[in-house]
Write a protein that binds this ligand. Structure first.
Ligand SMILES: Cc1cc2nc3c(=O)[nH]c(=O)nc-3n(C[C@H](O)[C@H](O)[C@H](O)COP(=O)(O)O)c2cc1C
Length: 176
């Protein structure tokens, strides 16, 4: 598959079948996250996989998404936990006033979702959740943040056309 076709294939899946996702496939998806780039190669993340039904449902119950049942349908939820940035990243973030850990986690999330799509799995990134509840469900310490949750499972929704701004609205050549 060409990369751009994979980009078009990945979408936020908000319906899942109940087929169990094979452990090797979950690991492959996580490997794509592990190998993704980060500022100063800081890798300030931990991927916490909720794949036993009880834990996963507790995390799902912490989410706020409209029609939130799709999160419960997903057999797996991955929490992307932001670890403390290494010193050089902390300086860089303070200097540039950009939170590099969040950028890095976004890039890891994209790798995870694209890898999932390539092997026929569906994902949806979720920022809308009760972080405290999700942290308790997963035993994440108080001094860490859950930046993002990602549902993972066999998708049961139809493939949609992408709704995006026009190319010329978001691209400038040589000058803003
Ligand atoms: C950082 C981030 C957070 C998101 N949070 C949510 C969310 O809480 N609930 C939800 O249903 N979708 C969420 N989404 C999915 C977006 O709504 C979706 O990516 C966007 O509408 C484009 O659609 P597509 O992913 O199907 O191409 C999130 C996406 C990103 C990148």
């Amino acid at each position: 598959m060409h990369f751009l076709d994979l980009v078009k294939l990945r979408q936020s899946n908000r319906a899942y079948g109940d087929t169990v996702v094979e452990r090797e496939k979950i690991e492959r998806v996580l490997e794509a996250g592990r190998l993704s780039p980060s500022a100063n190669n800081a890798q300030s993340w931990t991927f916490v996989v909720a794949n036993n039904a009880e834990t996963k449902n507790r995390v799902a119950d912490a989410t706020h998404t409209l029609g939130g049942s799709f999160v419960r349908q997903a057999p797996v939820i991955i929490a992307l936990v932001a670890e403390k940035p290494i010193l050089i990243s902390r300086f860089g973030s303070a200097f540039k006033k950009i939170d590099f850990t969040s950028l890095d986690i976004g890039i890891a999330a994209a790798h995870i979702c694209l890898q999932a799509a390539e092997i026929g799995l569906g994902t949806c990134m979720l920022e809308s959740f009760d972080e405290k509840k999700a942290k308790i469900a997963l035993g994440v310490p108080d001094n860490r943040r859950i930046a993002l949750l990602i549902t993972l499972g066999y998708p049961a929704d139809r493939q949609r056309e992408k709704k995006r701004k026009a190319f010329d609205d978001v691209v400038r050549w040589n000058r803003y």
